[in-house]
Design a protein around this ligand. Structure first.
Ligand SMILES: Cc1cc2nc3c(=O)[nH]c(=O)nc-3n(C[C@H](O)[C@H](O)[C@H](O)COP(=O)(O)OP(=O)(O)OC[C@H]3O[C@@H](n4cnc5c(N)ncnc54)[C@H](O)[C@@H]3O)c2cc1C
Length: 369
């Protein structure tokens, strides 16, 4: 450790959790480096819309000094939810925006951009894939990179998502398939090109449930609607169905067959989408997922507690990042800070993962009864 600059802290992964941690550390004058395997900030599309909750995602943004900028970008009206009947698209339930801070939506790409822009130039080292980490006897940790180089740090934070390369230093746990796959597609310029769909979805999200299959459509910014056909099915459902995932027409035909008996306005989401279909098998870590404390290394976000997408994962990743940074600022040693962080993060993530598993069962019920 360099007494002038504090401990050498490395964060693996420039996702929402890792970037929040880096930002809060820098706000408190701490030195930090983020290693990201992707080549640049826009190497791949960042995905759909997220609702940030007052006590988690928004609290982390407040700690990062970015709440005002978030509020300027976010869509409070996007909190609206409607549930439709699959057979005739009749409205079964509706919930408007709660107001008063609630859970405003923001595109994931906008949120990540907000965090990236807030960091000191050069904080993120792009194109630096970490292959493994090894805790050392002196309480520090060695990181190995894809180009066979290595670097030692006082603390390595695994913020590298579902398939973390840092996690094996702490735990043998591996993600397992949930039994649910989301097939994602989307529409651009909805208000002008797809006005019927725009009316159906409204300002926020629309949910339709059938037996073992559900449809979620969500409004993003700039007139985009992203839709997920959620299937309770084996991970290799396409093999059994004889569908080549690279053949868009075959995927569309199969999905339409899955929605036989559904109202035409809903089937048209599959029939007319602008974007290709992306198969996203959902994985989770076992619950509970915990580990014996190891000096010099810890995890946050999906690397620590990958759970079904029930609206909590990004929020918790950001809260983890902010909490870990605060502990590192407040405690007199790195080890005390990591122990304090883990003792709060692990129990809360067990509770959230249990609730999210139940949420996935409600989102894609095996039967409609
Ligand atoms: C379809 C879907 C919808 C979702 N909707 C919501 C929602 O509405 N609300 C919500 O709160 N959550 C939602 N989630 C969950 C949310 O996306 C995750 O929980 C969140 O992104 C986790 O953030 P993270 O920073 O831990 O990891 P990630 O966002 O996965 O970021 C990890 C980063 O690490 C990098 N990386 C990976 N491996 C390495 C390596 N070896 N070396 C260097 N870098 C590496 C990756 O490139 C990436 O940039 C959803 C998830 C899915 C799949």
């Amino acid at each position: 450790m360099n007494p002038a600059r504090g401990p050498r802290i490395a964060i693996v992964g420039a996702g929402l959790g890792g970037l929040t941690c880096a930002r809060v550390l820098q706000r408190h004058g701490r030195s930090v480096t983020v290693f990201e395997r992707e080549a640049s900030a826009d190497a791949r599309p960042q995905g759909g819309t997220l609702d940030l909750h007052a006590d988690t995602g928004q609290a982390a943004l407040r700690a990062a000094g970015l709440l005002d900028r978030f509020q300027a970008l976010s869509r409070p009206e996007g909190e609206e939810w409607r549930v439709l009947d699959f057979a005739d698209a009749a409205l079964l339930a509706h919930q408007g925006p709660s107001g008063a801070g609630g859970r405003p939506e923001i595109d994931r790409g906008q949120l990540r951009g907000l965090l990236l822009d807030s960091l000191t130039e050069g904080t993120v080292r792009w194109g630096r894939a970490v292959t493994a980490v090894t805790p050392l006897a002196d309480g520090t940790c060695r990181m190995l990179f894809g180009d066979d180089t290595a670097a030692d740090f006082d603390l390595v934070v695994g913020a590298d998502g579902a398939w973390s390369r840092v996690r094996p230093a702490l735990s043998d746990a591996a993600p397992r398939y949930t039994g649910v796959t989301f097939v994602e597609t989307g529409f651009d310029h909805c208000d002008t090109r797809h006005p019927d769909l725009a009316r159906l979805v409204g300002n926020g999200s629309m949910l339709v449930k059938g037996a073992g299959r559900s449809l979620v459509a969500q409004r993003n910014s700039n007139g985009r609607i992203r839709a997920y056909i959620a299937l309770r099915a084996p991970q290799d459902w396409h093999v059994a169905a004889g569908v080549d995932l690279g053949d868009q027409r075959a995927v569309r035909t199969h999905l339409l067959r899955m929605l036989d008996g559904w109202d035409e306005s809903l089937r048209s989401i599959v029939r007319n989408s602008d974007s290709t279909f992306i198969n996203r098998s959902l994985f989770v870590l076992p619950v509970p997922h915990t580990w014996e404390h190891v000096p010099g290394v810890t995890l946050l976000g999906d690397a620590a507690h990958l759970m079904p997408p029930a609206g909590l994962g990004a929020n918790l990743a950001m809260l983890d990042g902010s909490d870990l940074a605060h502990a590192l600022v407040a405690e007199s040693s790195v080890d005390d800070a990591v122990r304090a962080y883990e003792s709060a993060m692990l129990p809360r993530s067990i509770e959230a993962a249990t609730g999210s598993a139940q949420g996935l069962d409600r989102l894609v019920p095996a039967t409609t009864a």
